[in-house]
Design a binder for this molecule. Structure first.
Ligand SMILES: [Fe+2]
Ligand SMILES: [Fe+2]
Length: 403
């Protein structure tokens, strides 16, 4: 087998893509680093099918993750001797954010990939870097919506386009959103459930974070940090802000934050899979918490199943994912590549890849030990998440982004 994708652990390259490995070496890698994805290619399938190439996406994600995690390390060490950030700290941070915004602009990606930490590494640091990356990708994808929503919520008739589309406050807000959690880190690492007082302390972290910003900080940035846990259905903390006045940047951070937190391993629970978290947030029990436009863009940027994923289908055979489907994220294009005993099909038995969004009779049953029964109740992704009125708005925004 050949490594289809480079293997990173904690943003460090362990093995380069393309390296040929024996089965026992792959098993060893998976045992040693259970938290990372080891994606292998098969020479016969590679020859037969043109797999979507996301190596560039991975390089960009690693570069941003490293740079921003370093920046957060500096912020954290400052907070070892100061109780709040000061003006000069802000300048260094703005330079790093600006550099990465230019880097992302110059290296556009078709999909968002997040780096997940190894045991013992710093959750808040990695999380800030991931929320920065994902939030910025979502924001850049829906600049037009950002502008329209800023215009609507500020009731500004003549909001300058340059100002309305400027994503800098979003980027800084994403990076610093959990600043108020740094002092509460012992609670974050508590293995059991929080008691009422501890919960109350945690619920104050958005306010605490906003108070720790230097006085020169942009007002929008301060406000989105204060409201990054407010929900679109009017619940959330600390203030349960009514949904129609919630700033669009707070809604973007809310989504990027929830996705990264859900797919990260924490001391009190295992990481959930990307497919599970995306399903819960877009069509499952949590869907009302989030802005439907932002969620729709999240599911178009994150792949619920990685390219090369081997998924069991209803008749016992296995498909391998070939291409992501932006419009129907849970129904990628895949090729039937293994029989019901898990044996690889021969070249003469292989057929062309199937667009699963056009073949609803093929049900996905199991992926990487996870039962996918939850997916089969909500095949119609597009109609399920929002009310009829909102659906039109979400669709027109989606079609504008991906004409
Ligand atoms: Fe938070
Ligand atoms: Fe967070």
């Amino acid at each position: 087998m050949r490594l289809a994708q480079a293997v990173y652990n904690n943003a460090q390259l362990i093995l380069a893509a393309g390296k040929t490995l024996e089965d026992w070496e792959i098993d060893g890698l998976r045992r040693r680093f259970p938290q990372i994805t080891v994606r292998v290619g098969d020479p016969l399938l590679d020859e037969w099918v043109d797999f979507q190439d996301d190596s560039r996406e991975q390089t960009v994600a690693v570069t941003v993750n490293r740079r921003m995690a370093r920046m957060m390390q500096t912020v954290r060490s400052k907070l070892g001797t100061q109780t709040a950030l000061e003006g000069p700290d802000l300048i260094a941070l703005q330079v790093a954010v600006h550099e990465m915004m230019i880097y992302i602009q110059q290296n556009p990606v078709a999909a968002a990939m997040l780096m997940h930490m190894a045991e013992g590494s710093d959750y808040l640091q990695e999380h800030a870097a991931n929320v920065f990356y994902l939030g910025l990708l979502i924001g850049s994808t829906i600049r037009e919506y950002v502008y329209l929503e800023r215009k609507r919520t500020t009731r500004a008739r003549d909001l300058a386009v340059r100002f309305g589309m400027n994503l800098t406050p979003l980027a800084i807000g994403c990076l610093l959103h959990d600043l108020g959690m740094i002092a509460l880190e012992p609670l974050l690492n508590k293995p059991g459930p929080l008691d009422a007082t501890e919960r109350e302390q945690v619920n104050r972290h958005p306010l605490l974070g906003a108070e720790m910003l230097p006085k020169q900080m942009d007002a929008v940035c301060r406000m989105v940090i204060r409201t990054h846990h407010e929900n679109c259905c009017g619940t959330g903390y600390p203030s349960s802000v009514p949904s129609d006045s919630l700033h669009v940047f707070s809604r973007v951070i809310r989504v990027a934050d929830a996705y990264d937190a859900g797919t990260s391993r924490r001391c009190y629970r295992q990481a959930k899979s990307a497919v599970r978290v995306l399903w819960e947030m877009s069509v499952g029990p949590l869907k009302d918490l989030y802005d439907p436009v932002v969620i729709r863009i999240l599911t178009s940027l994150i792949q619920p199943f990685p390219i090369g994923a081997k998924i069991r289908i209803h008749d016992g055979r296995y498909v391998v994912v070939v291409r992501h489907n932006r419009k129907h994220p849970f129904r990628p294009t895949a090729i039937i590549a293994f029989d019901e005993h898990g044996n690889k099909l021969k070249k003469s038995q292989l057929r062309q890849p199937i667009d699963l969004s056009q073949n609803e009779d093929i049900r996905l049953i199991r992926y990487a030990e996870e039962d996918l029964a939850f997916l089969n109740d909500t095949v119609d992704f597009v109609a399920a998440p929002v009310s009829a009125g909102q659906a039109g708005e979400v669709d027109s925004m989606f079609n504008m982004v991906y004409p």
